[in-house]
Design a protein. Structure first.
Length: 301
């Protein structure tokens, strides 16, 4: 009887040992299959420095099966194991690989401008004076190759003052202000200090933005009328060409809402059809407010 008990006891111990090692092996297998850390990720992104338009390669060779998400730092992503990618703009990017929604690995990538393009040429800058007069209409320009969104704050209020690439603003109170420009291409705002000196003019004497445009239209109309009257034609033609058209004689002119000519041929035509009455002129500028790019004219038949 004693021998039987010892024999069964040995069998029980062997059985318990087999169960223990079976559970241990199962645990190790589950850990290697389902439980991982960021250190288990075997991925690579190269080259770490490249130029706009060059190929960036990415690959993941991790030994376990996982759902993959590649994020390239510019808003685009991929779910492929490996592939290639092209950046359209220079800058610094963080490529991020996420496995199963929780394990991540990041790679720092530097994208340089294309050959012949300097890094400064791709940066957004602000053009603005450092000192202006109270009530003066001041032109603020953003220079950017890639930005599409522009937000201006001129410092004398806590609100957004303009959303255009080129903004015109008049300060109502003298003082020192900080002009701030935000864009969709800059990580931090661009700032510049501006000093507003007291104006000796009465507020009602200052031109509004609409008045300024009307003044330009009237000036253009006056010189066109002198050309139509054959009065010092070359002088008035060169004045318009230099001051407003940036020497572009082919600037389009729309007459009476339907006929279109270049500025040169329109003025030449006035010489054969003298004493035309120029009733109204409306000009349109380019984005930088430097050059007139289109002219609309209403004149007598």
């Amino acid at each position: 009887m004693e021998a039987y008990r010892k024999h069964n006891h040995l069998k029980v111990l062997l059985l318990l040992g087999a169960v223990f090692f079976s559970l241990l092996w199962t645990g190790l297998w589950l850990q290697s299959t389902f439980f991982h850390s960021a250190g288990d990720i075997d991925a690579n992104v190269y080259p770490s420095t490249l130029s706009v338009g060059d190929t960036l390669f990415y690959t993941d060779k991790s030994a376990f099966t996982a759902l993959k998400e590649w994020h390239f730092g510019d808003g685009n992503s991929s779910v492929n194991d490996s592939g290639f990618y092209f950046y359209k703009k220079p800058g610094y990017y963080q490529v991020k690989l996420t496995l199963n929604g929780q394990y991540t690995k990041e790679f720092a990538i530097t994208v340089l401008p294309q050959a012949g393009e300097k890094l400064m040429d791709s940066m957004t800058t602000m053009e603005a004076p450092h000192q202006v007069m109270q009530y003066e209409n001041v032109v603020f320009r953003a220079h950017s190759k890639y930005a599409k969104v522009f937000v201006w704050k001129f410092g004398d209020s806590h609100t957004i003052d303009a959303r255009e690439k080129v903004a015109i603003y008049a300060y109502q109170t003298p003082g020192d202000y900080t002009v701030t420009l935000y864009t969709d291409e800059t990580a931090y705002p661009i700032t510049q200090q501006i000093r507003v000196l007291p104006s000796f003019k009465l507020r009602n004497d200052s031109l509004s933005v609409d008045d300024m445009y009307n003044k330009i239209d009237d000036d253009f109309k006056y010189h066109l009328q002198q050309i139509a009257n054959s009065t010092q034609v070359n002088q008035h033609y060169k004045y318009l060409l230099t001051k407003y058209l940036c020497q572009q004689e082919n600037t389009p002119v729309k007459v009476n809402s339907n006929k279109i000519n270049s500025f040169y041929y329109y003025c030449a035509g006035l010489q054969f059809d003298r004493n035309r009455i120029i009733e109204r002129v409306k000009v349109g500028f380019d984005d930088d407010m430097n050059c007139v790019t289109q002219i609309e004219i209403i004149q007598d038949k």
